[in-house]
Design a protein around this ligand. Structure first.
Ligand code: ADP
Length: 199
C-alpha cells in the first residue's frame, strides 16, 4: 500500500516546524511508519541554497530557484518517493507552494510553476496562515519594532501569494495559525484523519 505525502507551507514563524513535528509525534505514537523531512534539504544542494540565502556566496534569484528545483528533484527521488512507495507517511516542512510564494518576489511565477511542474502533488497540503506581525513577534521574541515594518510589508506580499495558491493542489487546507499550538494541531489531526479515511 502506498503511503501519504503531507506538506506544510507558510511564512517563517507560522509554526510549520512545530506543527509538522507534532503531527509526526501523533502518527509515531499510533505506530505508523512516518518520515519527517524538510526543504531546503540538509543535503549538498540544500547546503548551497542555505549559503546563498545567507549571502555567503553571490548568486542570482533565478539560479537560486533552479537550485531549489534541483534540491526538490533529488529529495523526491532519494527520500520522499521511496518512503511513500514503502507505505510510509511523509511529512514535509515546505514544498512547491513555498517556492511559488517566496520565489515570485524576484522570479516570474509562471516560470517557477513550469520548473516545478513535473513534481507530484502532495496528498494533503496545509497552508498555515498567520499574520506577518505575529510571525515576526514569534521569530524575534520581542515586541514589534518600527524597523520591522519593511519586513512586514514583504511578508504581507508572500502571505497573499500563499492564499492565492490555495487551489493550486487538490486537498489544500488553509489553517488559521494565529491560535494556540494545541488548537492548530487539533484542527490538523481532524483533517488528516478525515482525508485518510476517505481514501
Ligand atoms: P516555522 O517553522 O514556521 O518558521 P516554528 O514552528 O519554528 O515556525 O515556530 C517559530 C516560533 O513560534 C517558535 O518559537 C514556536 O515555538 C513558536 N510558535 C509556533 N506556533 C505557535 C503558536 N501557534 N502560538 C505561539 N507560538 C508559536
Amino acid at each position: 500500500m502506498l503511503g501519504k505525502f503531507i506538506v506544510f507551507e507558510g511564512l517563517d514563524g507560522s509554526g510549520i516546524s512545530t506543527q509538522s513535528g507534532l503531527l509526526y509525534d501523533y502518527f509515531s505514537k499510533k505506530g505508523k511508519k512516518t518520515v519527517l523531512t524538510k526543504e531546503q534539504t540538509n543535503g549538498l544542494i540544500g547546503g548551497l541554497i542555505k549559503a546563498g540565502l545567507r549571502h555567503e556566496w553571490k548568486t542570482t534569484p533565478l539560479a537560486l530557484q533552479l537550485l531549489f528545483a534541483a534540491d526538490r528533484s533529488h529529495h523526491l527521488d532519494k527520500q520522499i518517493n521511496p518512503a511513500i512507495n514503502n507505505g510510509k507517511i511523509v511529512i514535509c516542512d515546505r514544498y512547491i507552494l513555498s517556492t511559488l510564494a517566496f520565489g515570485s518576489l524576484d522570479v516570474d511565477m509562471q516560470f517557477l510553476k513550469e520548473i516545478n511542474s513535473k513534481f507530484p502533488a502532495p496528498d494533503i497540503t496545509f497552508i498555515l496562515d498567520v499574520l506577518p506581525k505575529i510571525c515576526l513577534q514569534r521569530i524575534t521574541k520581542s515586541r514589534f519594532h518600527a524597523e520591522l515594518f519593511e519586513e512586514e510589508e514583504k511578508l504581507n506580499k508572500i502571505r497573499k501569494a500563499y492564499l492565492s495558491l490555495k487551489n493550486y493542489f487538490p486537498n489544500t487546507f488553509v489553517i488559521d495559525g494565529n491560535r494556540s499550538i494545541e488548537e492548530v494541531h487539533k484542527d490538523i489531526v481532524k483533517i488528516v484523519e478525515e482525508q485518510i479515511k476517505e481514501k
